[in-house]
Design a protein around this ligand. Sequence first.
Ligand SMILES: *[C@@H]1O[C@H](CO)[C@@H](O)[C@H](O)[C@H]1NC(C)=O
Ligand SMILES: *[C@@H]1O[C@H](CO)[C@@H](O)[C@H](O)[C@H]1NC(C)=O
Ligand SMILES: *[C@@H]1O[C@H](CO)[C@@H](O)[C@H](O)[C@H]1NC(C)=O
Ligand SMILES: *[C@@H]1O[C@H](CO)[C@@H](O)[C@H](O)[C@H]1NC(C)=O
Ligand SMILES: *[C@@H]1O[C@H](CO)[C@@H](O)[C@H](O)[C@H]1NC(C)=O
Ligand SMILES: *[C@@H]1O[C@H](CO)[C@@H](O)[C@H](O)[C@H]1NC(C)=O
Ligand SMILES: *[C@@H]1O[C@H](CO)[C@@H](O)[C@H](O)[C@H]1NC(C)=O
Ligand SMILES: *[C@@H]1O[C@H](CO)[C@@H](O)[C@H](O)[C@H]1NC(C)=O
Ligand SMILES: *[C@@H]1O[C@H](CO)[C@@H](O)[C@H](O)[C@H]1NC(C)=O
Ligand SMILES: *[C@@H]1O[C@H](CO)[C@@H](O)[C@H](O)[C@H]1NC(C)=O
Ligand SMILES: *[C@@H]1O[C@H](CO)[C@@H](O)[C@H](O)[C@H]1NC(C)=O
Ligand SMILES: *[C@@H]1O[C@H](CO)[C@@H](O)[C@H](O)[C@H]1NC(C)=O
Length: 756
Amino acid sequence: MRNLRSLSPLLTLLLPLLLHLLAALVSAQGSSWNTLSGNTPIVVARGGFSGIFPDSSSSSYSLALLTSVSDVTVWCDVQLTKDAAGICLPNINLDNSTDIASVFQNQSKSYLVNGVSTRGYFSIDYTLKDLSNVVLTQGVYSRTNKFDGSLFTILTVEDVASQIKPPHLWLNIQHDQFYAQHNLSARNFVLSVSRRVVISYISSPEVGFLRSISARFNPNITKLVFRFLGQDDVEPTTNQTYGSLLNNLTDIKSFASGILVPKGYIWPVDASLYLQPHTTLVSDAHKVGLEVFAADFVNDVPFSFNYSYDPVSEYLSFIDNGDFSVDGVLSDFPITASEAADCFAHLSPNATTKVNVSVISKYGASGDYPACTNVAYNQAISDGVDVLDCPVQISRDGTPFCLSSIDLIESTNVVQTNYSRLATSIPEIKSGTGIFTFSLTWDAIKTLKPSILNPYSKYRLFRSPKYKDAGTFLTLSDFLSLTKNQTSLQGVLINIENAAYLAEKEGLDVIGAVLGALNASGYSQPGKQKVLIQSSDSSVLLKIKGNANYELVYEVDKDFRDAMDSAVADIKNFAHAVVLDKASVFTENNFFLTGSTKIVPKLKAANLSVYVETFSNEFVSQAWDFFSDSTVEINSYVIGADIDGVITDFPKTANRYKRNSCLSAKTRPPYMDIVQPGALLQLVTAPYLPPAEAPLPVLTDQEISEAPFPPVAQITPVPSPAGTTPGSPPGNNQHKFTVSILLSSLAVLVASFLLL
Ligand SMILES: *[C@@H]1O[C@H](CO)[C@@H](O)[C@H](O)[C@H]1NC(C)=O
Ligand SMILES: *[C@@H]1O[C@H](CO)[C@@H](O)[C@H](O)[C@H]1NC(C)=O
Ligand SMILES: *[C@@H]1O[C@H](CO)[C@@H](O)[C@H](O)[C@H]1NC(C)=O
Ligand SMILES: *[C@@H]1O[C@H](CO)[C@@H](O)[C@H](O)[C@H]1NC(C)=O
Ligand SMILES: *[C@@H]1O[C@H](CO)[C@@H](O)[C@H](O)[C@H]1NC(C)=O
Ligand SMILES: *[C@@H]1O[C@H](CO)[C@@H](O)[C@H](O)[C@H]1NC(C)=O
Ligand SMILES: *[C@@H]1O[C@H](CO)[C@@H](O)[C@H](O)[C@H]1NC(C)=O
Ligand SMILES: *[C@@H]1O[C@H](CO)[C@@H](O)[C@H](O)[C@H]1NC(C)=O
Ligand SMILES: *[C@@H]1O[C@H](CO)[C@@H](O)[C@H](O)[C@H]1NC(C)=O
Ligand SMILES: *[C@@H]1O[C@H](CO)[C@@H](O)[C@H](O)[C@H]1NC(C)=O
Ligand SMILES: *[C@@H]1O[C@H](CO)[C@@H](O)[C@H](O)[C@H]1NC(C)=O
Ligand SMILES: *[C@@H]1O[C@H](CO)[C@@H](O)[C@H](O)[C@H]1NC(C)=O
């Protein structure tokens, strides 16, 4: 009964999703597929939705059914108990995925598994009854353990069939030989269970096992699938490597109707994780009549850089690449496989947008290339960005240009150059030291090499190393002439920060430089593209207000749960739109969503557009609720919170999201439904709940008001031969740089890399 109890809150919370299952049945599409059968590739949920719940648990299986295509196949790794029951657990040693080591203390044993001595707790030493007090836990340490208190019991194959009622069941027999050595017969088990339960697939990496059962199963009901392990691993019943078995697919066809292979058998990657040309395995196998299933799809482990951390892109390269489609994918995150197959495959490049949301770049396509370089901007344009952004910085000689930060250290190689001696500390701008753009001439800045941003390096997630210093920087007028001719662009966004400091202390007029460049490039005249000017400083927007027809965007740079009416009225006075952080839309605690705030509806009621940042593809940037799937996250903000703009360093993902066919379905299928903020956290049991956090503050008038914009100070610049030598510190020369400060900040930088 414990299983059913743990299931019921899930059902209640996700009940609305159930309604969509019917609709999904209806929307099954008829496009032609390059699969062997011509049917849609199947989605196989490995251990259920094991990317979020403990593998093989009732909630894991239920969530897979609730979020996937309606004909999802559910995968069970079968282990045999001492009394020959078949239970679903991912590994032959139970200690990885259960609490058995604390139930039966000090009772681990060593056994030979395929000739390798392996220590652990093995199911052969326990009867089903012995295991009734053992509960499932999260075995993958990078995933949340917050559901370990849910007391999920071990399920037998029959339990899964009768309690979960999956549309299709796939049994994997990973270790027939091991069980046979202990007088347990996987063959007898599958033959016996198949009399009571419909088994759609049986897979095994052991040739001998599949040969021993192949005559006993009707392939129209139960397909046998040979599972390939690593190319150099030895298949235990033939003593051949899997790599050599691959050379005779005809032989495999004699005992199986399909093969299951690691992804790399189809799309190999090189040592630095770049994709190489695909092999001919899928078409070779299809030629001999074998179906091909690809394994190891997980959203939360780095995969090839060619997919830009977007798991949907990866699935599409296996199912919709123009050449072939695999016949199914084995995934820990079946929602992503489902949306890829049903919503994104066969999407015409001309597909119309289905939702009215602007895709606004964050430093161009800075997820793929160094921020604000020509290559990042061109990539964003070809990725279909709607609004291209330029955060304006200014050089010592007054040239406005695009760069992600006023501190050159963040996105250039400046510390490795002679200009590193220009490091200073300016607390009004940032804590610690920096090498600021206004300390160098534009000619000097041009010589710096860009360096790719790595916002998630502390999780060891890095952006494309191949392009880590690619591209060149653009002046604002270069940027505007690049954007001016792009018919696909709806507009440009110019972000102005630190303008008051620069005017008052450095005598640099950023606002004037921006307005001048816009005027010079024709953007001050009405045109097809709009101009958005963004600042977190209300005095900047107030100063620009009234200049041409620019859309003024106020960036709220802290998180709030609500806004006072008077604050909203103030914003209305100088802005048309507001930029909020994701956390001001859906609140979070320990990567669990806790609820929705009131600030978005309030701003929208006042007719202010709401743009939200930053949507990144790296899964560590997303709450657990979004299943490590950037599309699920974007969808929940766009449909669930009704935001007007998505600010993203991966514009391709957001643009493709807008066009996906499931958005136009009358009833959105569950994998294109929004997540309910707070629902997942309710499934966490009390001892595992993270401590509650103080609520976010309310945005007040005081937060918004700023001193009036200061006049631009008259500072006579110290003349220097432009570009030939490093610029000496600017006019008023008030900043003392010290090598020790620079060295210490570099040391911290280096140390933080080593600690990764
Ligand atoms: C537990 O499982 C994870 C993921 O499959 C694996 O990386 C790890 O090596 C396993 N640990 C043990 C003790 O088997
Ligand atoms: C298990 O072993 C540890 C250390 O050897 C010992 O302290 C503990 O009492 C043992 N537990 C049981 C239940 O035997
Ligand atoms: C398996 O069964 C055989 C014959 O009944 C017996 O000789 C052998 O000891 C058993 N092996 C194990 C590991 O139980
Ligand atoms: C499987 O189905 C095909 C087509 O319906 C049929 O021709 C064949 O006889 C069936 N095979 C078995 C073993 O039932
Ligand atoms: C595979 O190798 C093992 C150990 O070397 C041996 O006992 C077994 O007979 C071999 N099997 C085959 C099919 O060659
Ligand atoms: C492949 O296997 C088939 C069937 O077992 C066999 O007849 C054939 O000779 C094998 N081909 C090669 C190249 O080994
Ligand atoms: C993967 O990306 C690298 C670097 O951009 C490129 O050279 C390679 O051709 C890409 N691979 C595929 C299969 O597109
Ligand atoms: C997309 O549009 C282009 C030009 O409008 C057209 O030539 C092309 O056939 C369209 N492609 C598809 C798949 O509809
Ligand atoms: C999208 O919204 C904008 C601004 O609200 C409006 O001008 C435009 O007509 C809308 N487009 C569609 C396709 O609904
Ligand atoms: C740094 O200065 C030295 C000596 O003035 C010069 O030789 C070198 O080329 C400079 N390096 C750079 C990157 O400017
Ligand atoms: C933009 O278009 C104009 C007129 O068609 C052309 O003269 C200019 O060279 C183009 N600029 C760029 C950067 O392509
Ligand atoms: C804008 O540009 C026009 C010519 O292109 C020039 O006459 C005008 O003075 C400029 N205005 C400003 C404010 O720079």
